[in-house]
Design a protein around this ligand. Structure first.
Ligand code: A3P
Length: 336
């Protein structure tokens, strides 16, 4: 069967023939590349990224497995890192100011681009089509779903900072399944049944999975090198109404909030600007598209709740996934 995409480079096509594969969620196959499950087009982009990206000590990288809160973390990292250039509206200014902010007119994925979906995507193996990232202003902000083990060695050795967001697998699974089926519908394809997706997820077959290996890679690194990797949890951030995580992020990124900023409400301003309710209602996120590949931006904002899995998973499914989680994450110190 012609399972290999003709648009892929010969190098990538040859590689695919040597890799284990399984039926994918929304593509014919996922291939096991460097220990994780990946789509052919992304493998090509990751190869280009690994060969060409030149890290700088001032870079920051947002990392996650899909549907863990990446969009939110991108918004937070962007607004915190760029608040000199793009000031944050505070309470007392809101009524009067004409200040705009990039997050009000752009989707977070356009401001903090993924290596594998955007910066190194669609080159068809042609190196002349690579973007020149050296001229981007510091701090350069990037994102990736690539597991820690498969990042470039120079990234691991450099002073660049990595912020990881992790979400409860039960909610991440439901968010992934619903998102997948929205994309299937957008393309006129039949939905993937819940039970089928669930079996694949529990076996680890999901984009950039197994999820436990993805989480543990960044988790272990964050414990060994806390200045290199900041490990955040979606649920804890959702419960935090005091801005504790925003301060942690700002400190980690090397731009702590000043006393003056604290007093004038910059922390609250960032929390509000990046909130689910605020972003979901923006025109760019309601009717725009193309932040992730060609998809509609609105699919990136669904409910933003903790524990929505309860509305979808049967008791036996919960038991099964919890058993997988205990089995794979037990003893690591990572808990949900
Ligand atoms: P749900 O499907 O549970 O609603 P990602 O950004 O990694 O694709 O993750 C998507 C999940 O994050 C979705 O979860 C989405 O609704 C939620 N989300 C998007 N923006 C958010 C925000 N600003 N704050 C909190 N959650 C957000």
């Amino acid at each position: 069967s012609n399972h290999v995409d003709e648009k892929l480079s010969q190098e990538c096509q040859d590689l695919l023939l040597s890799l284990p594969r399984e039926k994918g969620w929304r593509t014919s196959y996922l291939y096991k590349f460097k220990g994780f499950w990946c789509q052919p087009k992304q493998i090509e982009a990751i190869l280009a990224f690994q060969n060409h990206f030149q890290v700088k000590d001032t870079d920051a990288i947002v990392a996650s497995i899909p549907k863990s809160g990446t969009t939110w973390l991108k918004a937070l990292v962007f607004s915190i890192s760029n608040r000199d250039k793009h000031p944050i509206l505070t309470k007392c200014q809101i009524l009067h100011s004409k200040l705009s902010h990039p997050l009000l007119v752009s989707n977070p994925h356009d401001l903090v681009p993924f290596f594998e979906y955007k910066l190194y995507a669609n080159t068809d193996g042609d190196h002349d089509r690579l973007l020149d990232l050296s001229g981007l202003p510091d701090p350069r902000l990037f994102a990736t779903h690539i597991p820690f083990v498969a990042l470039q060695e120079p990234i691991k050795k450099s002073g660049c900072k990595i912020v990881y967001i992790c979400r409860n697998p039960l909610d991440t699974f439901i968010s992934s399944w619903i998102y997948t089926n929205k994309l299937m519908k957008e393309r006129g394809l039949p939905p993937l049944p819940l039970e089928e997706a669930f079996e694949m997820y529990c076996k680890g077959v999901v984009g950039f999975g197994p999820f436990w290996e993805h989480m543990l890679g960044y988790w272990n690194e964050s414990r060994e090198r806390p200045k290199k990797v900041l490990f955040l949890k979606y649920e804890e951030m959702r419960e935090d109404h005091e801005g504790f995580h925003l301060r942690k992020l700002a400190n980690f990124l090397g731009c702590p909030f000043s006393l003056e900023e604290e007093k004038s409400g910059v922390v609250e301003g960032i929390a509000k600007l990046c909130s689910f309710e605020k972003l979901k209602d923006l025109e760019v996120n309601k009717s725009g598209s193309g932040a992730i590949m060609t998809f509609e931006n609105k699919h990136l904002f669904r409910k933003g709740q903790v524990g929505d899995w309860v509305n979808y998973l049967s008791p036996s499914m919960v038991e099964k996934l919890v058993t997988v989680m205990d089995d794979k994450l037990g003893g690591s110190g990572l808990e949900f």
